[in-house]
Ligand binder design. Sequence first.
Ligand code: AMP
Length: 187
Amino acid sequence: MNIILFGPPGAGKGTQSKYLVKKLNCFQISTGDMLRDEIEKDSEIGKKITDNMNEGKFVNDDIVNNLIKNILFDPLKKDKLIFDGYPRSLSQAKNLDLLLESSKQKIDFIFFLNVNKDTIIKRIEKRKILERRSDDNTNTILKRYDTYMQTTSPVLDFYSKNPNFYEIDGTLEIDKITSKINDILKV
Ligand code: AMP
């Protein structure tokens, strides 16, 4: 089963993906984690993206598209993908469609975790204290939210027509969101 978790930063995509990975024995594709790894390794990609990430801007589509490409063609991960934070732009969504088609896969469920700005700011402020993420300061959070709002509507339009698209109230408690997802997945 392949699933996309879609929503603003701080909507709980990471938390729900980790749960789904365990429950369904799948693999999480978190482009945010992959990009942070590149920065940690101080790779060529890492050097290019540090400023963008710290400023809360999106990383270039080509870089992100390249990072996920091989995973789609990994036979061990086929039909076991949980997308967390990808796709985030219309061009990424279209790229994913092409990769799915050529790797003979499809998306089974798209969950849109919808959360308002105030809740996001509160949640990320909390995460900043717990996880010490360098892009989790209030200005960057606001910038990340604005970036998300600017690029998100075309992606939402793109996916909301899909019969497997489900909007879930992301302001609910973690367990409530999980149980809504389980009900839809019938697991
Ligand atoms: P996340 O951990 O998903 O909140 O992502 C953290 C940051 O990584 C974002 O603010 C972007 O700068 C970058 N990023 C993660 N995923 C993508 C993506 N699919 N496209 C562009 N930038 C991304």
